[in-house]
Design a protein around this ligand. Structure first.
Ligand code: TRP
Length: 334
């Protein structure tokens, strides 16, 4: 067996991916695929936990997310990309893991708690939604991943996964499951164009990798900045100003960004100038992605074939993990 580290991440296919996804995990995946055995999962089962009545949306976005992956440079010869619902072993593992987790522990999971509040579920939260971190532990452990590149909002999921792994290995006297480590990038979370702390589809404050040049221009020029920076001559704030946070994330000329920040803070630098700089940087980042995405979209059957092959490869690994798990649990009858 190779000693190469195993990496897994995934995304819910509820919409195309945005630049927040890029900064928070896609960029790391591009690096990790050079060195590690990487799996990337399209989490359609997890997407259904908060889209019960919208299966078509989930179905359509599986293709959109796959196009985004390929367009940014996730390379299917290096990274195994697969669909969650096509790996029955994940559902199988989830059932066993549920016995190792209390309902109270799930209610206290900070990510789940925030989402329940945001979506207004309250006491009507479904069992499926509440337990999705357990299913996520199955996603990660089914390929025996050791490293998960994610944004910081996913850290509670990793913690919960490790609790399950430790309980399982202790109770069933096995090392069938691997503990996992999160890999969080320096800029783990990109704010929305409205200045809200997180870029997300549901908040309507995202810039998508697939947005046209015109749409990107509109979104950037309409961005929230420092609300007290009314005139160009006024001193402005850089902290909490999403325009500067985006420049930090995408402008490789850090010296110029530093100068712009100082000028803005002193006063005398208008929002429009800074936004135009950001626009230039972002357009040149997005342009090749957009072009490649449009090319790939001409031949969806080829794109789906790559997804099918990745899924078939993952099933082999998943079956192997399942054998070990069932043996440890004395569920090996014949
Ligand atoms: N919960 C992740 C998100 O909302 C998606 C996801 C599902 C995931 N399973 C995963 C991420 C396993 C990392 C590992 O973005």
């Amino acid at each position: 067996m190779s000693q190469q580290k195993i990496v897994l991440t995934g995304d819910r296919p509820t919409g195309p991916l945005h630049i927040g996804h890029y900064v928070g995990s896609l960029a790391n995946r591009l690096l990790l695929q050079q060195t590690y055995k990487q799996y990337v999962m399209i989490a359609d089962v997890q997407a259904l936990t908060d889209n019960v009545d919208n299966p078509k949306k989930v179905h359509e976005n599986v293709t959109q997310v796959m196009l985004d992956y390929l367009a940014v440079g996730i390379d299917p010869t290096k990274t195994t990309i697969f669909i969650q619902s096509m790996i029955p072993e994940i559902a199988d593992l989830t059932v066993y893991y549920l016995n190792l987790v209390t309902v109270n522990r799930l209610r206290r999971n900070p990510t789940v708690k925030t989402e329940i509040a945001q979506k207004g579920y309250g006491e009507h939260v479904t069992a499926g939604f509440l337990m999705y971190p357990v299913s996520q532990a199955a996603d990660i452990t089914v390929v025996r991943a050791q490293l998960v590149p994610v944004g910081e909002d996913q850290l509670p999921m990793i913690e919960q996964t490790n609790e399950i792994v430790r309980s399982f290995n202790r109770i069933y006297h096995t090392d069938a499951l691997c503990e996992v480590e999160a890999l969080v990038p320096k800029i783990a979370r990109l704010p929305g164009t409205d200045g809200k702390s997180k870029m997300s589809k549901s908040l309507g404050n995202a810039i998508y990798l697939s947005d046209s040049a015109d749409v990107v221009t509109k979104k950037i020029m309409g961005m929230y900045t420092d609300p007290n920076h009314l005139r160009a001559t006024d001193p402005g704030k850089v902290e909490g100003n999403p325009v500067f946070e985006y420049l930090d994330a995408f402008d490789s000329d850090t010296k110029t960004v530093e100068e712009l920040k100082q000028h803005y803070q002193r006063g005398g630098l208008g929002d429009v100038v800074v936004k135009k700089r950001l626009l230039e940087v972002l357009q040149s980042f997005l342009e090749p992605i957009r072009t490649r995405r449009a090319q790939l979209a001409h031949d969806i059957p080829s794109v789906m074939k790559l997804l099918k092959e990745g899924t078939e490869q993952t099933r082999i690994v998943a079956a192997h993990t399942m054998d070990r798990v069932k043996e440890a649990m004395h569920l090996n009858y014949f």
